[in-house]
Design a binder for this molecule. Structure first.
Ligand SMILES: *Cc1c(COP(=O)(O)O)cnc(C)c1O
Length: 390
């Protein structure tokens, strides 16, 4: 007689799914049609997008479209293999050189995503007998990277350098400190100069994830490290992504030549994964050129951030301290965050509700993201709708 095949894990999953629904934590994908931008098409309707990390409005820039198409003509579509087999091209090398120049670092190495780049960066600097100390609000990819490295992982309260120092004092182990430079769900900037000092005093290593600062902050768009004038000696390894302000896809780690060579020799998330497609790498090179030739985009973004914050203060909205493009409005309850987000969508505004486990319990929020491509009309409309909805 045949027994139904039902391993216990299936029961566990069947119990968990309804729980997600009843606690307001159910996640759904919204389906877009057409290009990324400040106005996107959802279900045949145009809505104004305040959710995208396309901070400079480059994701659909004609020059990037052209570069991607030209890259595909020249290199084809697939990269064929890992960088260490035959997936590395002159497009990859050219982008690495541009990144070195742009960040003032010795060497740069490309990765297929920021998630993978963080794995490589942390694994290179911390192993089983070491410890990693990270900000409590670090991005999930930095946390996962620490867990995968098998080092001991400890967290300090958000942006609390005194607490970090106390942790650094009470350890005999070799330590790697990791932090987001701009916190992805809060938009605030890490106190990097103080963190650099703490690491120096306790002879700890520091690695920084600048996914949300790169191309946006700093006079030349060099990111948060340029903003604070922090050199490679002060921050030996820097990770940043191309999928946010640069409008493409992929990531890099840049820093000291010896460390980067070690990453190339040892990083499993580079060695055992297919290289980024050269056409895409070519498009990212074009995006770096645009950073230099269209610096007005950074100024326009800054202007839009100030416009939003001024308007929000006038409306009495409970703004956080962020001075970047990420402007969260904390509504606490996950169900309420979703209800407001849905209501805004009905009115033609796409604003993401962010809930646990992406953010700590009781801090569910609307994550409003501004772009250089938003107009004053877009922002005024957002402020009016928010005032009604909250
Ligand atoms: C988006 C993001 C990543 C991951 O980058 P991907 O290229 O999307 O994998 C890593 N760190 C931070 C802070 C991010 O926001």
């Amino acid at each position: 007689m045949e027994r139904p095949h039902s391993p216990p894990v299936i029961d566990r999953i069947r119990q968990r799914l309804p729980l997600l629904r009843s606690t307001g934590l159910w996640r759904e994908r919204r389906m877009l049609d057409g290009p990324q931008g400040t106005v996107v098409n959802i279900d045949g309707r145009e809505v104004i997008n305040f959710s995208s990390n396309d901070y400079l409005g480059l994701a659909n820039h004609p020059k990037l479209q052209e570069a991607l198409a030209a890259g595909a003509k020249h290199y084809g579509v697939g990269s064929g293999a890992s960088q260490l087999v035959c997936g590395y091209s002159d497009a990859h090398r050219c982008l690495e050189e541009k990144l070195c120049h742009h960040t003032g670092r010795d060497r740069a190495l490309l990765f297929s995503s920021g998630y993978l780049a963080n794995q490589a960066m942390v694994a290179a600097l911390a192993g089983k007998s070491d410890q990693v100390i990270g900000d409590r609000l670090n991005h999930a990819s930095l946390i996962d990277a620490a867990l995968l490295s098998r080092a001991r992982y400890r967290r300090y309260p958000h942006a609390d350098v005194m607490a970090l120092e106390r942790m650094l004092e009470t350890t005999g182990q070799q330590t790697l400190v990791t932090t987001d430079a701009v916190f992805s769900m809060d938009g605030d900037i890490a106190p990097l100069p103080a963190i650099v000092n703490a690491c120096r005093q306790h002879n700890a290593m520091l690695a920084v994830d600048d996914a949300h600062g790169f191309a946006v902050l700093g006079e030349r768009g060099g990111g948060t490290l340029e903003h604070f004038h922090l050199s490679q000696t002060e921050v030996p390894l820097l990770m940043a992504t191309f999928g946010k302000a640069l409008g493409t896809f992929g990531a890099f780690v840049a820093g000291d030549a010896t460390l980067i060579e070690y990453l190339l020799q040892s990083a499993r998330s580079l060695i055992y994964t297919t290289a980024p497609p050269p056409a895409l790498v070519f498009a990212t090179s074009a995006a770096i050129d645009l950073l230099q030739s269209e610096s007005w985009r950074r100024q326009k973004l800054q202007h839009n951030i100030e416009l939003f914050r001024r308007g929000a203060a006038e409306q009495g909205l409970a703004l956080q301290s962020s001075v970047t493009a990420i402007q969260p409005l904390i509504v606490h309850d996950p169900g309420r965050a979703v209800t407001i987000s849905n209501k805004l969508l009905e009115q033609g505004l796409l604003v993401a509700a962010i809930r646990p486990p992406t953010v700590p319990r009781d801090t569910s929020r609307l994550r409003i993201v501004l772009s250089a491509a938003h107009t004053e009309t877009h922002i005024t409309l957002l402020l009016d709708r928010l005032a009604e909805a909250l």
